[in-house]
Write a protein that binds this ligand. Structure first.
Ligand SMILES: NC(=O)c1ccc[n+]([C@@H]2O[C@H](COP(=O)([O-])OP(=O)(O)OC[C@H]3O[C@@H](n4cnc5c(N)ncnc54)[C@H](OP(=O)(O)O)[C@@H]3O)[C@@H](O)[C@H]2O)c1
Length: 325
């Protein structure tokens, strides 16, 4: 495993972040513990969760955070793990109504601390924005939580670029470190925007990529495994209609056609190449990926030791359009 610094001051995290959205629900606790054990044994230190995972399922309220909390307690590993969790997510029935009031975010944070069984979150994300609230107010709230010792650093997820830039300027003016990371929808695949079901998600685009390259702000890329789109296609495995809607199209077909040669050249599986592409960004970039088996996790872990040669990287970058209307 290799490690990457998310900002000049830290934290240092494993190049792969383990996504845990289905821990304690789709992936029962015993299987989740197995994944966590394997990830940690292979040097993985970085876990991504959220207070809202997986509140959309019966009995799923905070199941992911609770599963991680139970594992860290049982294995006595809290201080070896970097936890990224998120609050300020809208209520699921009213996704267009932001929840950025201090009392709401404070309650979310307290509930995350409790479920995770920790006194302090390493990296706390605002899961969505409320553009009606000035960034000065939002940063002030986060600094207050930080001063109370409840979080170490903070980031934004699914924020529009202009709001991130406004928060950067305000953080500089006020002498805060500000958002150390931006968590957004990004993978090697070009994405058909019509296939994105939740319109409050924000995806990487050319302008955002250029901003990260210039500022050096770190990125955490979710859906970085493209739901297994390329890996499954390469093995002739069936794909859900949702994945076809999201990723089907000429530019991803062209990438798929190149994969057999790249797999042979690198001695790596398509699933590993897909994740290594994110790690090769010209700024600190960590793919967050979920796995439904240990075999999938192993291919994810292999990505952390893989370097994509410059010419291959150039070819991939040249062919990417990010978003297809
Ligand atoms: N900030 C946000 O708003 C946000 C939003 C979404 C997700 N996230 C975070 O990002 C994480 C990842 O998101 P995600 O699970 O939606 O996307 P993902 O990691 O792209 O997709 C995960 C799926 O990809 C497939 N897969 C992975 N490795 C594979 C392999 N080697 N071979 C074949 N298939 C493979 C598996 O599908 P099968 O199960 O079908 O085999 C797996 O369940 C989440 O757990 C969560 O922590 C954050």
């Amino acid at each position: 495993m290799r490690y990457v610094l998310l900002s000049e001051t830290g934290p240092s995290v494993s190049r792969l972040c383990l996504g845990t959205v289905s821990f304690g629900t789709g992936l029962p606790r015993a299987a989740a513990f197995e994944q966590l054990d394997r990830f940690y044994e292979r040097g993985g230190t970085f876990l991504d969760t959220a207070r809202v995972y997986a509140a959309w399922l019966p009995g799923g309220d905070q199941a992911s955070e609770k599963t991680i909390g139970a594992w860290m307690k049982e294995r006595k590993l809290r201080n070896r793990i970097v936890i990224s969790t998120k609050g300020a997510h809208p209520d699921l029935k009213t996704m267009n109504v932001p929840r950025m009031e201090k009392a709401q975010v404070s309650r979310d944070l307290e509930e995350s601390l409790k479920a995770l069984g920790t006194g302090c979150i390493d990296l706390y994300f605002l899961h969505r924005d409320d553009p009606a609230v000035p960034v000065t107010e939002i940063l002030g709230m986060l600094e207050e939580f930080r001063n109370q010792g409840k979080l170490r650093r903070y980031g934004c997820s699914n924020w529009k670029l202009e709001r991130i830039q406004a928060a950067d300027r305000e953080a500089r003016r006020l002498g805060y470190e500000g958002f150390i990371s931006n968590q957004l929808l990004w993978s090697i695949a070009d994405i058909n925007t019509a296939g994105i079901g939740d319109k409050t998600m924000v995806a990487m685009d050319g302008e955002t990529f250029a901003y990260h390259a210039a500022s050096g702000k770190s990125v955490m890329a979710y859906t970085s495994a493209c739901g297994g789109y390329f890996a499954k296609k390469r093995r002739g495995l069936p794909l859900s209609p949702d994945l076809e809607t999201l990723y089907g199209g000429p530019s991803n077909d062209a990438l798929l056609a190149r994969l057999p040669a790249w797999e042979a050249e690198l001695g790596a599986a398509a699933a590993s190449i897909v994740l290594a592409y994110i790690m090769a960004a010209p700024f600190p970039a960590v793919p967050i990926a979920s796995f439904s088996s240990l075999a999938q996790l192993d291919q994810g872990l292999a990505a952390a030791d893989l370097d994509i040669p410059g010419d291959m990287l150039e070819e991939i970058r040249r062919s990417r359009r990010f978003l297809c209307p």
